[in-house]
Design a protein around this ligand. Structure first.
Ligand code: PMP
Length: 451
């Protein structure tokens, strides 16, 4: 912390926020957003002198931590040179950002369409798939989150879809693999994988393959639970898509750019989709940016025929400058390798040790800096600590756990009956141990709600 924050300034920031800012996903009259005074690395702090170790990476996007000097300098330098330019021009910083992204995406995903975030990337990916195939339908998983714009929210599986579901977007949901609560009553990874693929193939056959433009999947399901697919699942989906002429879209908005300990989660299984959506970690959110990486075949569809889509700020110079600096810093500093190391040697073993001590931890799963603790009332029955989509009093045990984390200086990511452990990829081992110790203490609050 370079300067001591002034608590009275915090009160003024909060008052102005309540007067004029309309917040996402919230009942506006019931919220009290904390006022943030600054941030650095894995920490942010408020005006009252409270400092938090950020185990949420904000919305799982600050992969290189806050205020990385190289990225800050790149944005400042670009602002002095060229702040904005329409997408129709060729610009050095945009070309370089596209080259660096294309150089890391799997296979022949070598053309990059830039957006301002993840949902717009999903919107454009499904539009490309529909135009490429001439088919209307989209298949997505029940346990998924793909964004809050028109098509993206219809694709999303979690309850945030319900109030905005138009039921007319041609979306059909299916069950993905999730061994801990297997929709297929499987008892092993192999069985779960085989049954999930058979269920997906049945869905394709009964919907009519010739009506399905795309299957969209998060390579590792993020918001809906950090569900790492069993070995063979993504390759199986690839094979089904090839067999039925369906475009395979992998949504790497949350899992991409180092979070799983590889540049892209798909790299763990050697799978190349036809379209890959990204955002968040591409520049750690320093300036809004997302995009779609496009295969040679789909790019060729729009070689002589115009792509009917565009955004005023597609490939914005400040966003692209921050992406170039972020990707270069991640490569130079070995940040992706560090995330893999943290997962394998510090967070994974540390979280499993917590599960041994705390009866409320039903399952630990994840990789890299992408983990979930699934909290339960009863380990034997696996009854969740709070019911699905619980709110108010019903969500009290999870709220009490989150409050205990915050009181001890850790900002958690809590969703339903899970806490996701999703710190920056740059977290030091000492910071990881500090966070694990706070979780250890806070889990005693969750334990008090077990049977
Ligand atoms: N896809 C996935 C997998 C995501 O996790 C998110 C955001 N959490 C989105 C899409 C939407 O991204 P955005 O909020 O930038 O629109």
């Amino acid at each position: 912390m370079s300067t001591l924050p002034d608590p009275s300034a915090g009160a003024a920031v909060k008052a102005a926020d309540r007067a004029h800012v309309f917040h996402s996903w919230s009942a506006q009259g019931l919220i009290d957003p904390p006022a943030v005074a600054g941030a650095e690395g894995a920490y942010f702090w408020d005006y009252d002198g409270n400092r938090y170790l950020d185990f949420s990476s904000q919305l799982v996007n600050t992969n290189i931590g806050h205020q990385h000097p190289k990225v800050v300098a790149a944005v400042q330098e670009q602002a002095g040179r060229l702040c904005t330019i329409a997408p129709g021009f060729a610009v050095d910083v945009r070309s370089e950002a596209a080259r660096l992204v294309a150089g890391r995406t799997p296979g022949d995903l070598d053309k990059i369409f830039f957006t301002n975030g993840g949902a717009e990337a999903v919107e454009n990916a499904v539009r490309m798939a529909r135009l490429h195939t001439g088919r209307p339908k989209l298949l997505s998983a029940y346990r998924s989150y793909h964004g809050a714009t028109a098509a993206a929210i219809n694709l999303t599986g979690d309850p945030r879809r319900w109030p905005s579901d138009t039921a007319s977007a041609g979306v059909v949901h299916f069950w993905g693999p999730y061994l801990y609560r297997s929709p297929f009553h499987a008892t092993s990874e192999e069985e779960e994988c085989a049954r999930a693929l058979a269920h997906l193939e049945d869905t394709i056959v009964f919907e009519g393959p010739q009506t399905i433009a795309a299957i969209i999947l998060e390579s590792v399901v993020g918001t809906a639970g950090i569900l790492v697919p069993p070995a063979g699942y993504l390759a199986g989906v690839r094979e089904l898509c090839d067999r039925h002429g369906i475009v395979f879209i992998l949504d790497e908005v949350m899992a991409g750019f180092g979070r799983t300990g590889r540049w892209f989660a798909a790299d763990h299984w050697g799978v190349t989709p036809d379209l890959l959506t990204f955002a968040k970690g591409v520049n750690s959110g320093y300036v809004p940016l997302g995009g779609v990486a496009i295969s040679a075949e789909i790019a060729a569809t729009f070689d002589r025929r115009p792509y009917p889509g565009g955004l005023t700020y597609s490939g914005h110079p400040l966003a692209c400058a921050s992406a170039v600096a972020t990707i270069e810093a991640m490569a130079e500093e070995g940040i992706v390798e560090h995330a893999a190391h943290l997962g394998e040697h510090v967070l994974g073993p540390g979280l499993r040790a917590l599960a041994e001590r705390h009866p409320s931890v039903g399952e630990v799963r994840g990789m890299g800096v992408f983990w979930a603790l699934e909290l339960v009332k009863d380990r034997t029955t696996r009854e969740p600590l709070v019911p699905y989509n619980a709110a108010g009093e019903a969500a009290a045990p999870m709220n009490a756990f989150a409050a205990a984390c915050k009181k001890s200086g850790l900002w958690p990511f809590v969703n339903m009956n899970r806490t996701h452990v999703v710190p920056p990829c740059t977290l030091t081992e000492a910071e990881a141990r500090e966070g694990l110790a706070i979780l250890d203490e806070a889990l005693t609050v969750a334990d008090s709600h077990t049977v």
